[in-house]
Design a binder for this molecule. Structure first.
Ligand SMILES: [Zn+2]
Length: 455
């Protein structure tokens, strides 16, 4: 039924709950104009959508843990739809429309920010709310970075960033494999492993299935006082045979290869998908160019490459590598000028075999362990001053850091102890072994060899 004015249908409604906001996404058959306003006593949000008709049910939304208590719709005129959202608490709405992408058609997005969330001091340069002065993106750093308590032996803080989320599924693979799910699972496993180690603390930028703009991710890392930012992703390629893991650090002149550039574009599109669509990437790049002149960026980048190489080497022990050295690209999340940052592509989700592996708990655990080992090796070599790990090193408690060893044919526990210059006892303790029996393929933790044990 074609009509002269081509009304758009609201074909679906999706809802995502984030820690400080609730996102509603209305899937549309075409472009619409809309107006959002709030009413108090009782708190309600009214969304008027012109040139639209509701063609879906709005009763099945998962409203648990949201301030939304119900949603009603009325066709005010033949072509004006009114949606009323009943609320249990006051919220601040932000709304925008999105054009179609590969994944979705036209959308109307309404974000309801909880009272007390930082919607009024946006962390992205203030293009969404032009009246708010732009937050400095880069050069503010050391003063706010961490509490001033030099005597405390603080933990080394690792920010783990699971890519994509919510509205943005990331790369898609066979069997309904979605990057956003796989990378969150790996991120959580990595967090658990890191938190089990004394002297380290891991923080996730996102803890569930919701969207965070790219710039906000680095912002969260900075607020948590991160010493390292690790973004976890899974690749997709037009050719399903592409395979292997990669590690990226920032390049100062954009991508170093066509593949890297293509990837950088894909990952950066996240912000556009996520709704800060009118943020100009050009402006940020120009700002970044200034930051790059700073010597601190050079030091940060060299640390990023160092930790990236260690992570890559360890991943190479459990998975095929796409490239055997750290690649460099202009990923937005790597642009913190003061926090060493890497982006780990854990494999190609577009490759049926790798998609399967990426969804298996065992492989996720192994990937997390290899990333963890690389991170540990880096910080044992260069612990930030004031940390417990730096204190261990400086007080001679650790001469060589903890390592892992995979048992090969013909090796005995005594031989391994000798090779790593640790006592048989400490090796057994570190692995909770009550005999000297080991199996081929078993992964042993090699304890740090202290000066005392070498005398
Ligand atoms: Zn990704």
């Amino acid at each position: 039924m074609a009509q002269a004015w081509a009304a758009s249908d609201v074909r679906g409604v999706r809802l995502w709950r984030a820690p400080d906001n609730t996102r509603l996404v209305f899937d549309l058959s075409g472009p619409v104009q809309h107006n959002v306003f709030t009413l108090a006593a009782p708190d309600r949000i009214v969304i008027d959508v012109s040139n639209a008709a509701l063609k879906t049910s709005i009763e099945q939304l998962p409203l648990k843990n949201t301030p939304i208590t119900g949603m009603r719709a009325a066709q005010r005129t033949a072509d004006e739809l009114r949606l009323v959202i009943d609320l249990s608490a006051e919220v601040t709405p932000k709304s925008f429309t999105l054009d179609p992408n590969q994944e979705y058609g036209h959308r109307l997005v309404v974000d309801l920010f909880d009272k007390g969330s930082d919607v009024d001091t946006p962390s992205v340069p203030a293009t969404v709310t032009p009246s708010v002065p732009a937050a400095p993106v880069a050069p503010t750093l050391p003063a706010t970075k961490r509490p001033t308590s030099p005597s405390a032996r603080r933990d080394i803080v690792i920010a783990i960033d699971a890519g994509h989320g919510g509205e943005d599924p990331g790369a898609l693979g066979p069997g309904n494999a979605r990057e956003k799910d796989v990378v969150l699972a790996i991120a959580k496993r990595l967090q658990t492993q890191i938190n089990a180690e004394k002297g380290y603390r891991a923080e996730l930028t996102r803890t569930g299935d919701y969207f965070i703009p790219l710039r906000k991710r680095t912002e969260i890392a900075r607020k948590k006082g991160a010493d390292l930012f690790v973004s976890i992703h899974a690749d997709a390629a037009p050719r399903s045979v592409a395979y292997g893991a990669s590690v990226y650090a920032l390049s100062d002149r954009g991508a170093t290869s066509e593949t890297a550039r293509w990837l950088a574009d894909t990952e950066n599109q996240s912000d556009l998908i996520g709704g800060v669509g009118n943020v100009s990437l050009d402006d940020k790049d120009r700002m970044l160019a200034g930051v790059l002149l700073d010597l601190s960026m050079t030091a940060t980048l060299s640390s990023s490459l160092d930790v990236g190489q260690r992570v890559l080497r360890n991943m190479g022990r459990i998975a095929p590598l796409h490239k055997d050295r750290v690649e460099q690209a202009g990923f937005m999340v790597l642009k913190s000028p003061d926090i060493p940052s890497i982006l780990v592509e854990t494999g190609f989700i577009s490759n049926p075999g790798e998609a399967n592996k990426l969804r298996s708990a065992n492989h996720q655990q192994a990937l997390a362990r290899s990333i963890h080992t690389g991170i540990r090796q880096f910080f044992q070599q260069s612990p930030p001053p004031g940390t417990y790990i730096a204190w261990l090193r400086d007080s001679g408690k650790v001469s060589i850091g903890m390592r892992e060893h995979t048992v090969r044919s013909g090796e005995s526990l005594a031989l391994i102890a000798q090779r790593y210059q640790v006592t048989l006892d400490s090796l057994r303790r570190a692995n909770k072994l009550d005999s000297n029996i080991i199996k081929i393929g078993q992964t042993l933790t090699i304890p740090a060899s202290t000066l005392a044990s070498q005398q």
